[in-house]
Design a binder for this molecule. Structure first.
Ligand SMILES: [Ca+2]
Ligand SMILES: [Ca+2]
Ligand SMILES: [Ca+2]
Length: 208
């Protein structure tokens, strides 16, 4: 009789557990059939939109994101992201970017918008949120025999906010390269880079 009560208790607990798991899933905070954390209200749409196998951010001619143009991303502050990469579709390395929302939809032009397409090679883009749904992007450009640092701010809708041409962060003699960027928490940024303006030129210094 005692054993039967124990079995009954276990059975009741098991049934309650199954019921709880079922309710959690119905409420959209449980797991999907593949054991992934799932919110059916969102993830069903995400799966339909193609997130499962990845979404092509850019499939333009030429190389994208190769070697010194590795994609970088930041949050747009609204569940989406802004991604920047080096792009050789025009025959030299340029800077392109795309804005993608939480559903996997491309918010800017197909294959990305052109952030900079100077005839010289542009590499190593870095990106941060501007805190207003857009992004600040910095990169290096090889021009007139040395590297310089350029930057541009892109609004959430893809508009260039710092003019049609990028701003020159530093074009001192010799090389300025490998920029890094962080927010100043007021819509701007602090940028640092390797700099070899002072001889001997094989010894890098840090500027900002
Ligand atoms: Ca390509
Ligand atoms: Ca270029
Ligand atoms: Ca320079």
């Amino acid at each position: 009789m005692i054993i039967n009560k124990k079995v009954l208790k276990i059975l009741v607990v098991f049934i309650l557990t199954l019921t709880f798991i079922s309710l959690v899933n119905l409420n959209g905070t449980g797991f999907n059939s593949r054991g992934e954390i799932a919110n059916p209200l969102i993830n069903s749409s995400l799966h339909q939109s193609g997130w499962d196998d990845g979404i092509a951010l850019c499939s333009a001619e030429g190389d994208q994101g190769r070697v010194v143009g590795i994609p970088q991303a930041c949050s747009d502050g609204f569940g989406g992201a802004i991604i920047v990469w080096g792009d050789e579709r025009n025959g030299n390395r340029d800077i392109y970017a795309q804005h993608i929302d939480e559903m996997g939809r491309m918010l800017w032009a197909l294959n990305g918008i052109n952030v900079s397409s100077n005839i010289n090679d542009e590499d190593d883009p870095q990106i941060i949120s501007d805190g207003f749904g857009g992004a600040i992007i910095v990169w290096e450009i090889y021009i007139s025999g040395s590297y310089d640092i350029l930057a541009q701010r892109i609004a959430s809708n893809g508009t260039s906010l710092w003019g049609n041409s990028p701003v020159i962060v530093c074009n001192a003699p010799a090389g300025q390269m490998m920029p890094k960027i962080c927010s100043d928490n007021d819509g701007g940024a602090i940028i640092t880079w390797h700099d070899d303006r002072n001889p001997p030129y094989n010894l890098y210094e840090i500027y900002a």
